[in-house]
Design a protein around this ligand. Structure first.
Ligand code: FES
Length: 285
C-alpha cells in the first residue's frame, strides 16, 4: 500500500513574498500551495543553483497560448537556434510536436526540456504503440516495465507494483514526463543537449548503458533511459525520509538512482502534469 504524505517540506526562498508564511517558520506546504507558489517559491529555490539557465525569467507570465495552469512548457533558453523546439521556447508543449519530431527519428523517439510549475522537466515521446509489436532487434524504441534496484543494488520492486495502484503513472499517449534534476548533485540532464554515443539516435532493450537515446547529465556524465520504467527509492533531503517512486532508469554514471515520473494528462493536444507526487521531487534542495 502506498502512503502519500499531504504536505511537502520545501526549502523556502526568503525573497518570495508569496512564501511569507513559509519564511516565518512554517516550512510545510500542501499540494494546493505548491501549485500557487510553483512559479515563485520553487523556481526561486531553483534559481539559486540554476541561475546560469535563467530560471528567474520563469517568474514572468509564460508565452504561448492554450493549456491550463498545469501545462508543461518548452524551455530552450540559449538553444533557441539549436534545439528542435527552440522556436517554441516557453510555449505549451503539444503532443503533435513530439510526434512530428519522432517521425524524423530512426528509433521513433523525441524529447524536449521544459518547465512545469517552475520546476525543470524532460518530456520524451516513444512511438510505443507502433513499435511494441516488432522485434527488439530492429532498434525501434518502446517502453519497458522493469524491476528496480536502489543505489546499493537491493531489489525494491517492479514498476507495475506502483502503476497497478495508480494507472496514471503509465505512459500517456506514448509520452513520459520526468522531474529534471539529476539524482547525483541536482544538475539538469538534457535531451540530446550534447552529442555523444549515449545521446545518439539509437536504441537497445534492457535499460542498459549501451545504445543511445539517453538523457545525459553534463555535470558528471550520468545517463538515464527514458524507455526503461522502474520502481525505485530515494530520500527527502529536508527530513531524511525514504520514499518509493516510479521513474526512468539510471543506466550509468555517478547518479545512484533514476529520475521520477511526473504523471501527465492530455488537455486536447496540450501536455499537462499532475501534482499528485510532489514528495517525489524532494531529493534536491
Ligand atoms: S549532477 Fe548529474 S552527474 Fe553529477
Amino acid at each position: 500500500m502506498i502512503v502519500m504524505s499531504r504536505e511537502y517540506d520545501l526549502k523556502p526562498a526568503p525573497s518570495d513574498e508569496g512564501a511569507s508564511a513559509i519564511a516565518t517558520g512554517k516550512s510545510l506546504i500542501n499540494r494546493r500551495q505548491f501549485l500557487s507558489y510553483g512559479f515563485n517559491t520553487v523556481s526561486g529555490v531553483l534559481a539559486a543553483s540554476l541561475g546560469v539557465l535563467g530560471f528567474a525569467s520563469l517568474l514572468l507570465p509564460p508565452a504561448g497560448s492554450g493549456g491550463g495552469d498545469l501545462a508543461a512548457k518548452y524551455w530552450a533558453k540559449g538553444r533557441e537556434d539549436e534545439a528542435w523546439y527552440g522556436p517554441m521556447h516557453e510555449q505549451v508543449m503539444k503532443k503533435s510536436d513530439f510526434v512530428a519530431e519522432a517521425a524524423k527519428s530512426s528509433t521513433g523517439t523525441s524529447g524536449a526540456s521544459g518547465v512545469w510549475n517552475g520546476v525543470p522537466i524532460i518530456v520524451t515521446y516513444v512511438d510505443h504503440s507502433k513499435n511494441a509489436g516488432s522485434p527488439v532487434s530492429n532498434g525501434k524504441a518502446r517502453f519497458q516495465f522493469m524491476d528496480g534496484y536502489d543505489g546499493t543494488g537491493k531489489y525494491v520492486g517492479h514498476f507495475e507494483d506502483l502503476s497497478d495502484a495508480d494507472p496514471r503513472l503509465l505512459p500517456n499517449e506514448n509520452l513520459v514526463m520526468i522531474f529534471g534534476r539529476c539524482t547525483h548533485l541536482c544538475c539538469i540532464p538534457g535531451w540530446q543537449l550534447v552529442s555523444n554515443d549515449y545521446t545518439e539516435d539509437t536504441w537497445t532493450p534492457g535499460g542498459g548503458d549501451d545504445g543511445g537515446t539517453k538523457l545525459f547529465c553534463i555535470c558528471h556524465s550520468s545517463r538515464f533511459d527514458p524507455t526503461a520504467l522502474e520502481m525505485n527509492t530515494n530520500t527527502n533531503r529536508s527530513n531524511g525520509s525514504k520514499f518509493r517512486y516510479a521513474g526512468i532508469r539510471r543506466s550509468g554514471g555517478p547518479a545512484p538512482v533514476g529520475l521520477p515520473i511526473i504523471p501527465i494528462a492530455m488537455n486536447g493536444d496540450f501536455i499537462e502534469g499532475l501534482p499528485d507526487y510532489v514528495d517525489w521531487y524532494t531529493y534536491c534542495d
